[in-house]
Design a binder for this molecule. Sequence first.
Ligand SMILES: [Zn+2]
Length: 349
Amino acid sequence: MKAITVEAKMPGSARLEDIPEPDVRNGSVLVEAIAVGVCGTDVEIVEGKYGWAPPGKGRLVLGHESLGRVLDPGTSGALQKGDLVVGIVRRPDPVPCPNCAVGEWDMCRNGQYTERGIKELDGFMSERWRIEPEYVMKIDPSLGLLGVLLEPTTVVTKAWEQVVAVGQRAFWEPRTVLVTGAGPIGLLAALVAKQHGLEVHVLDRAESGVKPDLVRSLGATYHTGTVATIGFEPDVIVECTGVGQVINDAVRGIAPGGVVCLTGVGTGGTAVGSAVADAAAAAVLKNNVIVGSVNANKRHWYRAGQVLNRADPAWLAGLVTRRERPEAFMHALRRQPDDIKVVIQFTDA
Ligand SMILES: [Zn+2]
């Protein structure tokens, strides 16, 4: 079968190649790939900056934002042939740490977790893949291709849960949410905040293209410029850019008692020395919490399914801006100005 594979930490090594059918030891459920979303992590792996092949193997099958159709439900009594499914990405570490032991593998304490398509487990960019029944999420068939948005939505449902958990340390009635960055994660964060009945604002650099329209059609307000110029102090900021200056502005611009949730992963930027102490002083004097959030556990995967089911399918469809065939995977990984979510499509949904 065809698969998109990469030699870990080797730039330029990605290729579409023939590999053996998936090993039954990877799980009793056999799935036919429909589509796989691409994200910044895939680009980093292809550029040789990230990623680990399975132990004893040279190459890693790429892809963690899956959507497929069950060919053989295996030992799962809950699945039937033809069901649309998405595979959970992370597996608990083998020790396990206390958090993995209770099913909170997203909060793994020792870093020995594994991840499909990223860390020591083959991903989903192959014509067929296998998975353990307990790591399969069945999706509403009416979602069709939009089920490929489930994985990025789990990142946001977990982040929102963190915001709520932190907020509830005190009397808390949030009214306004600012999302920084209108990529897939930012737009899905805006969707979740909107579904919770909050007044939602989204800030991005783009002054034209699809982003302003997607934000407005959600009933949210679109801003360009900076956090300092939006004209109010948000009760919640969900930071999705990973850009140092935006993070700094978010910490300074949050309302008293407010929560800043960081979901973006960036590097570098300018050293800010005393500015860190200034930002910390602001956080102290305003009782702010800055919380980082990554990955998701089964509870968040379940919630993410509910979020997608409640959303307007036409709006969700607007997030999938480009579909490419597996042969054109390199083209899929190359960012274009109007891209939100690009998917590699193996078969029709
Ligand atoms: Zn762990």
